[in-house]
Design a protein around this ligand. Structure first.
Ligand SMILES: Nc1ncnc2c1ncn2[C@@H]1O[C@H](COP(=O)(O)OP(=O)(O)OP(=O)(O)O)[C@@H](O)[C@H]1O
Ligand SMILES: [Mg+2]
Length: 389
């Protein structure tokens, strides 16, 4: 099946050519990385995957991607260790030490891995030390972090290339004990290292502000900040038509997909999967119109919406849930209307709306009216709160 909920790259990535070229050029020509931000599931990781894919083809560039989300447990030590392993495997593919093996390898076995590696003896000693040090009971993590962050530059100097490091979900670093000082250190280092280009990505604007976008943040102006936007209608149309080539897709079907997905590629994939799964109802070559798509979307939300939205909804406070419910069920779009329905003061409601807006769950249009950002979430709320029709 062509639709997927995992990050994509290469031919599967649609509508991002300009972004990819811009980021690759910034990295290779100006040696300036990017700070990518954008709402959940808009396609930040996919964009990084493709940038990695393109940079792998560049001579004199060694690129690595690391997400701070997949680390278990999510600690500074694990992040450093994983970074170390990635840096090594990127520069020295002949060294095959795996992340999970480190603790099991004794010093002679680590050294053995480096016997035929063509780097200077000093660097070799350093690397071996950094791989071995984790077995000590008490380690100075900050000191080790400094050494690890210096490696990409040293390896690039010896290999006559540039190291590009793409760090996904980077603001997670702030949650680590000692994470803040690491970010500070990385910043000063970043200014000095001429052969390393970092790029970072994160979903929450507020935490990205803390590290890169805000004037008081450590990385301010060290990156080009770039918001990843939802896909435009043209890209959606191409995406859908390419993947559902067995159907005749009417324009109003694309309109409905655009409306329900609000351009979020994750949603487009979900809708695509839903249509694929309805294959038994649609014959090869039949026409897919807006009404049919809507029917499939609503059926999907009724059956499986909870799987996707319960967690998001349950993570909210009781008042936030109440306000969202009022918006979904009564179509209320301003604090005054909500006051009439909930009998709570408009100023009180405004404060919660502000919080929901900060969380990117509601948005305000040009006229100041509030609405739930994700139309599929809104529709699911209607079902959840009203009971199935
Ligand atoms: N340009 C694109 N073309 C087609 N599909 C895409 C594109 N970008 C993202 N997708 C799809 O959208 C979904 C989300 O993509 P991705 O994981 O890259 O987003 P994200 O912003 O990193 O999400 P998260 O906030 O969860 O980290 C996946 O199903 C992926 O296949
Ligand atoms: Mg991601």
């Amino acid at each position: 099946m062509a639709f997927t909920l995992r990050p994509v790259w290469g031919e599967k990535l649609v509508g991002r050519e300009n972004d990819v070229v811009e980021i690759v050029n910034s990295i290779t020509k100006n040696k300036t990385g990017v700070a990518l931000y954008g709402v959940r599931r808009v396609g930040k990781t996919s964009l990084f995957y493709e940038v990695e894919n393109r940079l792998k083809k560049e001579p004199h560039v060694k690129v690595l991607y690391l997400s701070l989300w997949g680390l278990l447990p999510s600690t500074l030590e694990n992040f450093l260790l994983e970074l170390l392993i990635k840096v090594l495997s990127t520069h020295l593919p002949e060294v095959s030490i795996k992340f999970r093996e480190i603790m099991k390898l004794d010093l002679p076995s680590i050294k053995k891995n480096f016997e035929h590696v063509k780097i200077s003896e000093t660097l070799k000693d350093k690397v071996v030390y950094l791989l071995d040090v984790w077995k000590n009971k008490e380690i100075d993590t900050y000191k080790i972090a400094q050494d690890i962050f210096k490696l990409p530059q040293k390896l690039a100097e010896e290999n006559n290339c540039v190291t590009v490091i793409l760090l996904d979900e980077f603001p997670t670093v702030l949650k680590y004990e000692g994470g803040k000082s690491i970010v500070e250190f990385l910043r000063t280092l970043n200014e000095k290292q001429d052969r390393v280009v970092y790029s970072i990505a994160g979903s929450e604007r507020s935490t990205m502000e803390q590290v890169a976008l805000d004037a008081n943040s450590p990385f301010y102006k060290q990156f080009i900040s770039k918001e990843v936007m939802p896909l435009d209608k043209e890209s959606i149309s191409k995406f859908i038509k390419d993947n559902l080539a067995w159907l005749k897709i009417k324009d109003d079907a694309i309109d409905v997909i655009y409306r329900y997905s609000s351009g979020l590629p994750y949603h487009i994939n979900l809708i695509g999967i839903t249509i694929e799964n309805s294959r038994f109802e649609l014959k090869e070559g039949s026409v897919l119109d807006g009404k049919t798509v809507e029917k499939f979307i609503l059926r999907f939300l009724k059956r499986e919406g909870s799987l996707y939205y319960t967690e998001e909804f349950e993570s909210l406070g009781e008042q936030e849930k109440h306000i969202l419910g009022t918006m979904a069920l009564y179509g209320a779009s301003n604090p005054k209307d909500m006051e009439r329905i909930t009998h709570k003061a408009a100023s009180y409601i405004s404060a919660y709306l502000y919080r929901l807006k900060k969380k990117k769950i509601v948005m305000q249009d040009l006229h100041g009216a509030y609405r739930i950002r994700d139309p599929m979430f809104e529709q699911w709320l209607k079902y959840e709160l009203k009971g199935l029709e």
